[in-house]
Write a protein that binds this ligand. Structure first.
Ligand code: CUA
Length: 386
């Protein structure tokens, strides 16, 4: 009797939870209403069977419970009942799976007018590439990845020269323009996922995976990584801005092409950013390169050491040696994070390709959170040598 009551309560509580739960899907912002419909079909089919099976168990518990002087009938099989059950479950399972096959067929059939957009995932950051006027993405290879060429685009391929590069975590798309997302990963499995678009795909190192969708609502949506890809996984975020054609074209024109990005920097650029501007640039880098997934600036510990009071501190290594955290130490560590292991931390910091200018900015930002005394001392020490 207790069991029967418990089962009824479980069924009622599950149904109430479903209808009263505050956790609903985010509003749909793409063409993929079919994804929601498939989810609804799955929920309805599984719910019907969940309720029916549990209530049937309740019925049998009550109907056939032990009573003094009554004997159970023994019936080893029942052909008619078995046939009936096989037909019913087969129909239900087909009802569950068949709609998904049709949706998947649509998901992999890309419309002819789709714009290609490449997404490159790396622990724990996103970057994006668009074809330029030529309409083609140039060849790329993981072997060609360097600080100057983070996308690994082949400089010998003419098709890649006009490609438009977005070396940060914000992607822009034009409303009602179908896009084919081409996904690459530089290290481990990632998954590009924007919940309101209802579309996602794993990113597999060594291959290009793809899916398509049409964004149909203006807005700024959060990008998540939907594949557990290491300690910084939860920090692997970005944004997609869906805007009208004019704003999109304006934004796209402001982004550098591969040829521009590879051109040697103008001599004026060297040493141009100083002081606050450099720190601000470092802050933006810490966010777009997902350093903030592992390092805080408020003193609270996370996967890596906090940056508060780090500059000027003496760190002890796993092998017992000590080192003062100064600019050289930070640059060496970021350039080659696995060379030394700081006591108390696991050697799991990924190597992130950065130009010298970027490294300078990031170190300036970390320095701005150093202990005031240590920062002052460092400045005094370095002053006479200049
Ligand atoms: Cu990338 Cu999780």
């Amino acid at each position: 009797m207790v069991m029967a009551v418990a089962l009824v309560l479980m069924v009622v509580a599950s149904l109430l939870f479903h209808f009263l739960s505050p956790w609903w899907l985010t509003p749909l912002a793409s063409n993929w209403r079919q994804m929601d419909d498939t989810l609804t079909i799955t929920l309805v089919v599984t719910a019907v069977f969940f309720v029916a099976i549990n209530l049937f168990i309740v019925y049998t518990l009550l109907r056939f419970r032990h009573r003094e002087g009554r004997r159970a009938a023994y019936q080893p099989d029942n052909k008619k009942l078995e046939h009936w059950l096989i037909v019913a479950t087969s129909i239900a399972i087909m009802g569950l799976l068949a709609p998904g096959l049709f949706v998947y067929a649509a998901y992999v059939t890309v419309p002819a007018n789709a714009l290609d957009v490449e997404v490159v995932g790396q622990q724990w950051q996103w970057r994006f590439r668009y074809p330029g006027a030529g309409g083609k993405l140039g060849r790329s290879s993981i072997d060609l990845v360097s600080a100057a060429n983070p996308f690994g685009i082949d400089p010998r391929d003419p098709a890649g020269q006009d490609n438009i590069l977005v070396n940060n975590n914000e992607l822009h798309l034009q409303i009602n323009q179908p896009v084919r997302m081409l996904l690459r990963s530089q290290d481990v499995l990632h998954d590009f996922y924007v919940p309101p678009f209802r579309a996602r795909m794993n990113m597999v190192p060594g291959m290009v995976t793809s899916f398509w969708f049409t964004p149909n609502k203006l807005g700024r949506y959060e990008v998540l990584c939907a594949q557990l890809c290491g300690v910084g996984h939860s920090g692997m975020r970005g944004y997609v801005v869906v805007e009208d054609a004019a704003s999109f074209q304006k934004w796209l024109k402001a982004q550098p092409t591969f040829a521009q990005a590879m051109a040697p920097p103008a001599p004026v650029a060297a040493g141009a950013a100083t002081g606050e501007a450099l720190v601000a640039q470092g802050k933006a880098l810490a966010e777009s390169k997902a350093c903030v997934a592992c390092h805080t600036v408020d003193g609270s510990p996370r996967v890596g050491p906090t940056w508060k009071g780090l500059f000027g501190k003496t760190e002890t290594m796993e092998n017992g040696t000590t080192a003062t955290v100064d600019e050289t130490y930070l640059k060496d560590f970021i350039r080659n994070p696995q060379a030394r292991v700081v006591k108390g931390f696991a050697p799991m910091m990924p190597k992130i390709e950065m130009s010298d200018a970027e490294l300078e900015a990031l170190v300036a930002y970390i320095k701005s959170y150093g202990t005031p005394a240590a920062t002052q001392q460092a400045q005094q020490q370095s002053a006479p040598s200049r």
